[in-house]
Design a protein. Structure first.
Length: 63
C-alpha cells in the first residue's frame, strides 16, 4: 500500500486496487462512516448524491 496522506490523527493509504485504507494514531483500522468522513474531509472522495423524492406538484397533478 502506498501512503497518500498523513495527519496528526490519521494515515491514509491507497491500495493497489485504487481503494483507500485509513488508520488512526494507534495504527488501528478506521471503517464505516468514520472512514468516509475522514476521506471526505481530505477531499479524496465525493459525497454520494441522494435521490430526491417525487415533487409534490407531480403528485397533485396525478390526482
Amino acid at each position: 500500500m502506498k501512503e497518500i496522506k498523513r495527519t496528526k490523527e490519521h494515515r491514509i493509504y491507497q491500495k493497489p486496487s485504487g481503494r483507500y485504507a485509513v488508520t488512526d494514531a494507534r495504527k488501528r483500522s478506521v471503517n464505516g462512516d468514520d472512514k468516509a468522513a475522514v476521506l471526505l474531509a481530505e477531499g479524496l472522495i465525493t459525497a454520494p448524491k441522494s435521490k430526491a423524492p417525487a415533487a409534490p406538484a407531480e403528485e397533485a397533478a396525478a390526482e
